[in-house]
Ligand binder design. Structure first.
Ligand code: IMP
Length: 198
Protein backbone atom coordinates (compact mmCIF):
# COMPACT_ATOMS: atom_id res chain seq x y z
CA UNK A 1 0.00 0.00 0.00
CA UNK A 2 1.24 3.49 -0.85
CA UNK A 3 1.76 5.91 2.02
CA UNK A 4 2.92 9.52 1.83
CA UNK A 5 4.98 11.22 4.54
CA UNK A 6 3.66 14.76 4.92
CA UNK A 7 6.81 16.64 5.79
CA UNK A 8 9.23 18.96 4.03
CA UNK A 9 11.82 18.29 6.74
CA UNK A 10 14.34 15.89 5.18
CA UNK A 11 15.68 14.74 8.57
CA UNK A 12 12.21 13.83 9.81
CA UNK A 13 11.43 12.08 6.52
CA UNK A 14 14.60 10.02 6.88
CA UNK A 15 13.85 9.01 10.47
CA UNK A 16 10.28 8.07 9.59
CA UNK A 17 11.35 6.14 6.49
CA UNK A 18 13.73 4.06 8.63
CA UNK A 19 10.87 3.07 10.93
CA UNK A 20 8.89 1.67 7.99
CA UNK A 21 11.62 -0.88 7.17
CA UNK A 22 9.98 -4.31 6.88
CA UNK A 23 6.42 -2.97 6.92
CA UNK A 24 4.19 -3.53 3.87
CA UNK A 25 4.10 0.07 2.69
CA UNK A 26 5.56 1.81 -0.32
CA UNK A 27 6.66 4.97 1.46
CA UNK A 28 6.76 8.20 -0.53
CA UNK A 29 7.66 11.73 0.44
CA UNK A 30 6.31 15.06 -0.73
CA UNK A 31 9.26 15.24 -3.12
CA UNK A 32 7.66 12.31 -5.02
CA UNK A 33 4.45 14.26 -5.53
CA UNK A 34 3.91 16.02 -8.89
CA UNK A 35 2.94 19.38 -7.40
CA UNK A 36 4.38 21.11 -4.39
CA UNK A 37 2.01 21.02 -1.42
CA UNK A 38 2.04 23.79 1.13
CA UNK A 39 1.82 22.56 4.74
CA UNK A 40 0.34 24.97 7.26
CA UNK A 41 1.22 24.72 10.95
CA UNK A 42 -0.90 27.39 12.58
CA UNK A 43 -2.71 25.25 15.16
CA UNK A 44 -2.28 25.63 18.91
CA UNK A 45 -1.51 21.97 19.57
CA UNK A 46 0.69 19.26 18.07
CA UNK A 47 -2.50 17.25 17.43
CA UNK A 48 -4.10 20.06 15.41
CA UNK A 49 -0.98 20.60 13.32
CA UNK A 50 -0.31 16.92 12.63
CA UNK A 51 -3.94 16.33 11.58
CA UNK A 52 -4.02 19.49 9.47
CA UNK A 53 -0.88 18.43 7.58
CA UNK A 54 -2.08 14.85 7.03
CA UNK A 55 -5.54 16.01 5.89
CA UNK A 56 -4.28 18.49 3.30
CA UNK A 57 -1.94 15.94 1.73
CA UNK A 58 -4.68 13.28 1.77
CA UNK A 59 -7.12 15.68 0.08
CA UNK A 60 -4.52 16.47 -2.58
CA UNK A 61 -3.21 12.95 -3.28
CA UNK A 62 -6.07 10.69 -2.19
CA UNK A 63 -3.43 8.40 -0.65
CA UNK A 64 -2.89 7.29 2.94
CA UNK A 65 -0.83 9.99 4.65
CA UNK A 66 1.30 10.11 7.79
CA UNK A 67 2.27 13.48 9.32
CA UNK A 68 4.39 14.29 12.37
CA UNK A 69 4.21 17.42 14.44
CA UNK A 70 6.80 17.63 17.12
CA UNK A 71 8.74 19.95 19.33
CA UNK A 72 10.68 20.57 22.47
CA UNK A 73 8.92 21.45 25.74
CA UNK A 74 11.01 23.06 28.47
CA UNK A 75 9.42 22.98 31.92
CA UNK A 76 11.21 26.13 33.17
CA UNK A 77 9.68 27.97 30.17
CA UNK A 78 6.17 26.60 30.81
CA UNK A 79 6.38 24.27 27.83
CA UNK A 80 7.93 26.64 25.29
CA UNK A 81 9.09 26.43 22.52
CA UNK A 82 6.41 23.70 22.08
CA UNK A 83 4.44 24.10 18.86
CA UNK A 84 6.64 27.09 18.01
CA UNK A 85 9.83 24.98 18.03
CA UNK A 86 10.61 25.36 14.33
CA UNK A 87 10.17 29.16 14.30
CA UNK A 88 11.11 29.99 17.89
CA UNK A 89 13.53 32.78 17.04
CA UNK A 90 11.09 34.46 14.63
CA UNK A 91 10.93 35.01 10.88
CA UNK A 92 13.85 33.39 9.09
CA UNK A 93 14.57 31.14 12.09
CA UNK A 94 17.24 28.48 11.64
CA UNK A 95 18.16 25.58 13.90
CA UNK A 96 21.17 27.60 15.02
CA UNK A 97 19.23 30.79 15.81
CA UNK A 98 16.60 28.77 17.70
CA UNK A 99 19.30 27.07 19.78
CA UNK A 100 20.94 30.41 20.54
CA UNK A 101 17.64 31.92 21.67
CA UNK A 102 16.84 28.95 23.90
CA UNK A 103 20.31 28.91 25.47
CA UNK A 104 20.02 32.62 26.12
CA UNK A 105 16.69 32.17 27.91
CA UNK A 106 18.13 29.34 29.98
CA UNK A 107 21.36 31.11 30.86
CA UNK A 108 22.16 30.69 34.58
CA UNK A 109 19.32 28.21 35.15
CA UNK A 110 20.74 25.39 37.32
CA UNK A 111 20.82 21.78 36.06
CA UNK A 112 17.90 20.60 38.23
CA UNK A 113 15.63 23.19 36.59
CA UNK A 114 16.64 22.34 33.02
CA UNK A 115 14.17 19.43 32.55
CA UNK A 116 12.72 19.17 29.06
CA UNK A 117 10.97 16.70 26.81
CA UNK A 118 10.50 16.16 23.12
CA UNK A 119 6.98 15.31 22.03
CA UNK A 120 5.95 13.81 18.69
CA UNK A 121 2.38 13.43 17.52
CA UNK A 122 1.75 11.32 14.44
CA UNK A 123 -1.48 11.58 12.48
CA UNK A 124 -2.54 9.06 9.88
CA UNK A 125 -5.35 9.93 7.51
CA UNK A 126 -6.89 7.53 5.04
CA UNK A 127 -10.29 7.35 3.36
CA UNK A 128 -12.79 8.28 6.07
CA UNK A 129 -10.32 7.42 8.87
CA UNK A 130 -8.08 9.48 11.10
CA UNK A 131 -5.93 8.42 14.03
CA UNK A 132 -3.31 10.03 16.29
CA UNK A 133 -0.50 8.60 18.39
CA UNK A 134 2.00 10.32 20.68
CA UNK A 135 5.54 9.70 21.93
CA UNK A 136 7.63 11.51 24.52
CA UNK A 137 11.35 11.42 25.31
CA UNK A 138 12.34 13.05 28.60
CA UNK A 139 15.69 14.56 29.46
CA UNK A 140 17.33 17.91 30.16
CA UNK A 141 19.03 20.78 28.40
CA UNK A 142 22.78 21.12 28.28
CA UNK A 143 24.50 24.46 28.70
CA UNK A 144 26.09 24.56 25.27
CA UNK A 145 25.52 22.83 21.92
CA UNK A 146 27.30 19.47 21.58
CA UNK A 147 27.43 17.11 18.61
CA UNK A 148 26.79 17.38 14.89
CA UNK A 149 24.30 14.63 14.10
CA UNK A 150 20.57 15.12 13.62
CA UNK A 151 18.85 18.48 13.44
CA UNK A 152 16.90 21.11 15.37
CA UNK A 153 17.54 21.15 19.11
CA UNK A 154 19.47 17.85 19.03
CA UNK A 155 22.76 19.49 20.18
CA UNK A 156 21.07 20.81 23.36
CA UNK A 157 19.01 17.82 24.49
CA UNK A 158 20.42 15.09 26.74
CA UNK A 159 17.93 12.21 26.99
CA UNK A 160 17.49 10.45 30.34
CA UNK A 161 19.94 7.57 30.75
CA UNK A 162 22.58 9.22 28.53
CA UNK A 163 25.37 11.70 29.12
CA UNK A 164 25.48 12.56 25.41
CA UNK A 165 23.13 14.88 23.51
CA UNK A 166 20.78 13.62 20.78
CA UNK A 167 23.32 15.13 18.34
CA UNK A 168 26.10 12.97 19.79
CA UNK A 169 24.09 9.77 19.41
CA UNK A 170 24.23 7.74 16.22
CA UNK A 171 21.04 7.68 14.15
CA UNK A 172 20.45 4.11 15.38
CA UNK A 173 20.84 5.12 19.04
CA UNK A 174 18.51 8.09 18.64
CA UNK A 175 15.95 6.02 16.75
CA UNK A 176 15.74 3.50 19.60
CA UNK A 177 14.67 6.03 22.23
CA UNK A 178 13.40 9.12 20.44
CA UNK A 179 9.99 10.72 20.85
CA UNK A 180 9.35 10.03 17.14
CA UNK A 181 10.24 6.34 17.41
CA UNK A 182 7.88 6.07 20.40
CA UNK A 183 4.96 7.64 18.58
CA UNK A 184 5.80 5.45 15.60
CA UNK A 185 5.77 2.29 17.76
CA UNK A 186 2.26 3.16 18.87
CA UNK A 187 1.31 3.83 15.24
CA UNK A 188 2.82 0.53 14.11
CA UNK A 189 0.77 -1.38 16.71
CA UNK A 190 -2.36 0.31 15.45
CA UNK A 191 -1.54 -0.47 11.83
CA UNK A 192 -0.85 -4.10 12.77
CA UNK A 193 -4.28 -4.28 14.37
CA UNK A 194 -5.75 -3.56 10.94
CA UNK A 195 -6.64 0.12 11.30
CA UNK A 196 -6.40 0.62 7.56
CA UNK A 197 -8.64 -2.34 6.76
CA UNK A 198 -11.57 -0.65 8.51
P1 IMP B 1 7.54 20.82 12.87
O1 IMP B 1 7.01 19.60 13.55
O2 IMP B 1 7.90 20.59 11.45
O3 IMP B 1 6.72 22.01 13.15
O4 IMP B 1 8.94 21.17 13.51
C1 IMP B 1 9.32 20.65 14.67
C2 IMP B 1 10.52 21.39 15.20
O5 IMP B 1 10.75 20.83 16.49
C3 IMP B 1 11.78 21.16 14.40
O6 IMP B 1 12.02 22.18 13.47
C4 IMP B 1 12.83 21.15 15.49
O7 IMP B 1 13.16 22.47 15.83
C5 IMP B 1 12.08 20.53 16.66
N1 IMP B 1 12.25 19.06 16.64
C6 IMP B 1 11.29 18.11 16.43
N2 IMP B 1 11.83 16.88 16.49
C7 IMP B 1 13.13 17.06 16.74
C8 IMP B 1 14.21 16.16 16.91
O8 IMP B 1 14.12 14.93 16.81
N3 IMP B 1 15.40 16.73 17.19
C9 IMP B 1 15.58 18.08 17.30
N4 IMP B 1 14.62 18.96 17.12
C10 IMP B 1 13.38 18.45 16.85
Amino acid sequence: MKLVLATHNKYKAKELQTFFTGLPFEVMTLEDMPDSIELREDGYTFNDNALQKARIVHQTTNLTVLADDSGLEVFYLNGRPGVFSARYSGAGATDESNNIKLLEEMRGVPPRRRRAQFRSVLAIVSDGMEKLTEGICSGFLGEQPRGTNGFGYDPLFIPDGFSRTYAELTAQEKNKISHRSRSFDAMRKMLEQGFLNG
